[in-house]
Ligand binder design. Structure first.
Ligand code: PEP
Ligand code: CO
Length: 452
């Protein structure tokens, strides 16, 4: 059962704290009009779903489930097509089958979509050919096109982002409960890349073993195996644009908690994670499970303060820490942070995001990530948690089912030249379908190696 915040927290109390990364809109009355409209809209998720996820995350923290959180770096208001939504789902379903089969554990599938529209930026402005304009901050705030009009923060975009999230979620719900996700029909989630993938044979082998197991059970029990035709799917996004999040934060009729009902699992990014800041203030009173990103420069006292502030009642499943250290720094920085949290005696779920600490820029100015660094950080994270008698409960990836060339390496050995071929991300480089599936196999290989 959710705990009520004990002091002066309310969904708007973040307004008394220093808020980073939130745009200043030109016109306060238009912005208020927009947030009033959002308040009148129905929630996108239910408190029952949110509570169920919290229970499952508590099980992952105890080592009984594995979390697969993945999706877009930045969703686009222009791209909400059937193909894009089914592509993401298919890929996450394929990866989860590999993980369930290989790790012998249920997988909690959490999309980075249906609300992943706001982006923190290192710099407030961008200069091209001597012209400086505000940085692009995600489609919920402004446009990516480099023009004065497009870069102006526009509050109406919050309504469009809500509508697009609702559209996406509606289709995801229809697919995951309506037979598309049926384990007995994995051909529904075939993706084009699979036929050319070096992992096709391994993947097909798993699918056929699952089919054999189902047939065997049916023969033994003399009844059809049921319950394989739907899966639970949860959504998450960075809770960055607090006026939007606040407008969708509600109390519910049948329980004491106050929930962010725009998503199941909001997280706070690295650039807004200071314990005294507005973003931590906002999430500390929510009944949702919440996550905070942890980078290599965070010190022990800050991480302890986050743990105590966000989860003062030590509620299981409530707080997830997503580490994104970079392959170069993880060995030096992560062990001390784990010990600091362990010394508090509070329970947290640890996930590894091996993407955001491994971003680099090529000589031509292209942002990319190397597959071997991503795998490297992930493998080290497993080792470090194990050495600390801790559990690494899951992973957090930026990926797309599309055949993009944004990250280098992988079985196909994408090179720096390949990055010019199909680079469509507007912010961070994502794993393509083939690289993402390969990563699922690498996780299984690593865990199997650790167990022997
Ligand atoms: C992200 O997840 O897209 C992101 C910006 O991450 P971080 O806050 O860890 O840099
Ligand atoms: Co990103």
């Amino acid at each position: 059962m959710s705990q009520q915040p004990t002091d002066t927290w309310n969904p708007a109390s973040w307004r008394n704290k220093k808020a980073r990364q939130i745009p200043v809109y030109d016109d306060d009355s238009t912005t208020e009009g927009v947030t009033d409209r959002l308040r009148s809209f129905p929630p996108l998720v239910s408190s029952w779903e949110v509570e169920r996820l919290k229970t499952r995350l508590a099980e992952a923290a105890a080592g009984h489930r594995f979390v697969l959180q993945g999706g877009e770096c930045a969703e686009s208001l222009e791209a909400t097509s059937e193909e894009i939504i089914t592509g993401r789902l298919k890929l996450l379903l394929q990866m989860s089958v590999v993980l369930i089969y290989g790790l012998h554990m249920p997988v909690i599938r959490i999309g980075r979509f249906a609300g992943q529209f706001a982006k923190p930026r290192s710099s407030d402005s961008e200069t091209i050919d001597g012209i400086s304009l505000p940085s692009y901050r995600g489609d919920i705030i402004n446009g990516s096109e480099f023009s004065k009009i497009s870069r102006r923060p526009d509050p109406e975009r919050m309504i469009r982002a809500y509508n697009h999230s609702a559209m996406t979620l509606n289709f995801v719900r229809a697919l995951t409960s309506g037979g598309f996700a049926d384990l007995q029909h994995p051909e529904y989630w075939d993706l084009d890349f699979l036929q050319h993938s070096p992992f096709e044979e391994n993947y097909r082998g798993i699918v056929s073993s699952i089919d054999d197991a189902i047939r065997f059970l049916e023969t033994v029990s003399e009844a059809p195996v049921t319950g394989t035709d739907s899966v639970q799917f949860y959504t998450s996004h960075e809770a960055l644009l607090l006026p939007y999040e606040e407008a969708l934060t509600r109390s519910v009729e049948y329980g004491p908690g106050i929930y962010n009902l725009s998503t199941h699992f909001p997280w706070i990014g690295l650039r807004t994670s200071e314990p005294e800041g507005a973003h931590i203030e906002y999430i500390r009173g929510l009944a949702n499970p919440v996550a905070v990103k942890v980078g290599p420069d965070m010190d022990a006292s800050t991480i302890k303060s986050i743990v105590r502030t966000v989860n003062p009642h030590n509620e299981p499943g409530r707080l997830t820490l997503i580490t994104r250290m970079g392959v170069e720094r993880i060995e030096n920085e992560l062990p001390a942070l784990i010990s600091a949290v362990n010394r508090t005696g509070f329970s947290v779920l640890w996930l590894c995001d091996p993407m955001h600490g491994n971003t680099e820029t090529t000589e031509l100015g292209v942002k990319t990530r190397r597959f071997e660094n991503i795998v490297g950080e992930l493998e080290l994270a497993f080792d470090i948690h194990k050495a600390s008698s801790n559990v690494l409960g899951g992973v957090h990836f930026e990926l797309t089912a599309d055949n993009v060339t944004e990250c280098m390496g992988g079985a196909r050995g994408l090179s720096e030249q390949d990055l010019q071929r199909k680079y469509t991300s507007r912010v961070d480089p994502r794993l393509n379908g083939e690289q993402a599936l390969e990563l699922a196999f690498r996780i299984v290989t690593k865990r199997k190696g650790d167990d022997t």
